[in-house]
Design a binder for this molecule. Structure first.
Ligand SMILES: *Cc1c(COP(=O)(O)O)cnc(C)c1O
Length: 375
């Protein structure tokens, strides 16, 4: 049995090596390393896959979020509502731009932002909502879009963990995650569901004006070379990464199926366990299982982690500290106890290995390893 890893990128690469290597070689031969034809073709293929008008690739997912907020013209003092239970990047860019992050609590079952908590946090200064589709499942977008419409707010979807997921509306229509709000943002960090061999990211939008602004901002704020209409940044996806992503995009749905297969195996093993709660499926979204995250109850999480480590099974905690309790984000706005669900989750959740290459043998070894802790 292969060594068990949280993410096994080596085995995944082996299966697509010929095509990936060829794509990389083509870029080297062309020397079109920045803004080359590979970047354009990947953007077009991703736009087709997501059924969206514009894809603007950039340097990483954090930059995508930052550029999104810049393209919408958000100004210092504007309030942006997001979840306290996410990766730091979501709030980091809000703070970095001098905007005010307004954190709110999440749903205890789906771990995603709670629409009622959004409503309660709206003030006259609120300008945008940033829902995060955490662990691979969409936030309740239909309700969020309603709130945004009623209050004239922008919606920026942090889709770094859910690319490829489908959102199902009340009327039965389906849209890809990240294509519902004004802008969607994603990351191509290697361990993400669509991962490059380095950093990468992208913004998605159907709005021509936003797209034009964003495309200028990622390239020093220029539309015409050396004429700078905006203050921009230098954030571009390089051609080698685009070539790799173009190959992997063709496999994205099959990768999501492999992740779901692993998730179902885990579900079966833990469904009726008194100390474990399996991740709840939200009926308005498919799940692409960026992470398989369980809740532990009446048991010592650190001891479980130690037990698994001895068996050679990695386990991670996403995320051990909520954003409002992070040292750099201390604020008069919040104190411990303000977001009971998030705080409770940060103490209870644990994530098992989740990737596209898990074998039945490995899955059984992992589930037996977890179950043996309780015997
Ligand atoms: C990974 C991630 C990001 C940032 O992406 P990078 O490419 O690493 O900058 C932002 N938000 C969430 C929820 C993420 O998981």
């Amino acid at each position: 049995m292969n060594k068990i890893q949280m993410v096994d990128l080596a085995s995944q690469y082996k299966k697509i090596k010929t095509e990936v290597d060829q794509g990389i070689q083509e870029v080297i031969d062309s020397t079109a390393f920045i803004k080359g034809p590979k970047v354009r073709s990947f953007e077009q293929h991703l736009a087709d896959y997501l059924n969206i008008k514009h894809i603007i690739s950039c340097g990483n997912g954090t930059d995508a979020l930052q550029v999104a907020m810049m393209a919408l013209g958000l100004k210092p003092g504007d309030e942006v509502i997001t979840t306290s239970f996410t990766f730091i990047a979501t709030a980091e860019v809000i703070a970095l731009l001098g905007l005010t992050p307004v954190l709110v609590d999440v749903n205890p079952d789906t771990y995603n932002i709670d629409p009622q908590a959004i409503r309660n946090a709206i003030t006259p200064k609120t300008k945008a909502i940033v829902p995060v589709h955490l662990f691979g499942q969409c936030a309740p977008m239909e309700e969020i879009m309603e709130i945004a419409k009623e209050n004239k707010l922008y919606v920026i979807e942090d889709n770094a963990q859910a690319i490829g997921a489908d959102y199902i509306f009340e009327d039965g229509s389906i849209r890809k995650s990240g294509t519902i709000g004004d802008i969607g943002c994603t990351s191509f960090f290697p361990s993400k569901n669509l991962g490059a061999f380095g950093d990468g990211g992208a913004l998605f939008t159907n709005d021509d004006t936003i797209a034009e602004q964003a495309r200028a901002i990622v390239n020093h704020g220029m539309k015409v070379r050396y004429y700078h209409d905006y203050i921009g940044v230098n954030s571009r996806l390089d051609s080698i990464q685009a070539a790799i992503l173009d190959v992997k995009l063709k496999h994205l749905d099959e990768y999501a199926m492999a992740r779901n297969y692993a998730a179902e195996h885990y579900d079966k093993a833990f469904a009726n366990h008194p100390n474990i709660t399996i991740p709840k499926r939200y009926n308005k979204s498919t799940h692409v299982f960026h992470q398989y995250t369980l809740k532990l109850k009446d048991a010592d999480r650190t001891a479980l982690q130690e037990h698994l480590k001895e068996l050679g099974i990695p386990m991670m905690i996403y995320y051990p500290v909520p954003l409002h309790l992070q040292k750099a984000y201390q604020s008069d706005r919040y104190s411990e106890g303000d977001f009971p669900v998030t705080e409770c989750l940060s103490k209870a959740v644990f994530s098992l290995p989740m990737h596209t290459e898990l074998s039945v043998e490995q899955l059984e070894y992992i589930t037996n390893g977890v179950l043996s802790f309780f015997k």
